[in-house]
Design a protein around this ligand. Sequence first.
Ligand SMILES: Cc1cc2nc3c(=O)[nH]c(=O)nc-3n(C[C@H](O)[C@H](O)[C@H](O)COP(=O)(O)OP(=O)(O)OC[C@H]3O[C@@H](n4cnc5c(N)ncnc54)[C@H](O)[C@@H]3O)c2cc1C
Length: 388
Amino acid sequence: MGFELTRPQKDIQKAVREYVKGEFKREVIEELTEKNQFPEALWKKAADLGFIGIHFPETCSGQDLGLLENALVAEALCTGDSTVGAGLSLSGFASETLLRFGTEEQKSTWLPKVAEGEILSCGAFTESGCGYDLNVKGTTAVKDGDHWVINGSKNFVINSGPLAGFYIVLCRTKADAKPETNGLSLILVESDRPGISISDVGPKTGFNLMHCADVDFSDVQVPISNTIGKENRGFFHASDIVCENRILIAAQAVGIAQGAYDRALSYVKSRKMFGRKLSQFQVTEHKIAEMAAKIEMTRLLVYKAASSCDAGPVDPKIASMAKMCATRAAIEVADEAIQLLGGYGYMTEYEVERYYRDAKITQIIEGSCETQKDTIADALLKKRGKNR
Ligand SMILES: Cc1cc2nc3c(=O)[nH]c(=O)nc-3n(C[C@H](O)[C@H](O)[C@H](O)COP(=O)(O)OP(=O)(O)OC[C@H]3O[C@@H](n4cnc5c(N)ncnc54)[C@H](O)[C@@H]3O)c2cc1C
């Protein structure tokens, strides 16, 4: 059993770290975070360097690599900056639905635009009243000749703004399906279709550079050929993709934890208290040791989850374990980082409070800690033949 990344994987980490060092300039990030502006120039540069859609096929402007490599990119970007890193690594959100289930034509039309930094992609799954339950009811797609007619509303759709290229919309396509999960489909809706209206969700605690909107679909018509994967299998396709996305969010969480830790480490090595450096107090040493151990533990779990997903088929239990543990570690490490910086930790200038705010959302999107535990327990208890 090997725990080492391969040379090409280490090279990817190195390349992203160099990009971060050269491009994530303090004044640029301060301006972006002050204005809550999507980091468009940084995104385009990251796309030019091949960091967006690294897991797409080469024919679609990717590098034919896997989720593990994509996770390494997300981690390094979020270590560099939690808010910019999250924005860049989620710029192709939900594109994996096309990657895994799309036709060759759908893939070759849309994936290059995402990888080349031409458009952002959106996944419109959540509805009010459904929350984490993908068995949605409120958005319907009804056939009319060779078109779907889509009606309904989706909540909290990230990337939904001026740069959005398309929405992957989870729609009910068979009203009387039994069970109900057999009546949903994923449909690609181009963002310039008539009948789409978006309204920004308003100020957020973290992930502040990303657009996030509620999206209404009113008699939106798209060709039946925009269906992704099998008709009425959308619930299952979306569930698979959610697992993959959980691992990506977990990788972001590892990066956020590392970034907060790095800043705290550098601070305690320079701050003097009572004639000694803060790092020379045993309390501080133990805090640093615990933070580093948490990051290392969760990193291993996330890499394992990503590698096993690449080897296939995706294991929901491991994906949920990685998401649950890494996102909790990110919160705990960022919290401790603020504490180590004392009053300065609470000031925006020192950045760790922003890492803490960005860490929090990783515990909510793509399934909360509570729902991850459900997934893990379901897998474990069913294996032992128990009935929950
Ligand atoms: C910044 C941001 C970006 C987002 N981006 C997207 C996006 O791009 N696309 C998209 O489709 N959605 C997106 N979401 C939506 C996100 O996935 C939802 O917020 C999430 O699905 C939870 O839904 P909810 O907010 O209705 O919470 P609820 O489902 O109401 O959950 C509330 C609480 O109840 C708990 N709970 C729920 N079900 C159970 C259960 N079975 N057992 C025990 N406890 C439970 C939860 O853990 C949570 O603590 C985003 C949300 C945010 C805040």
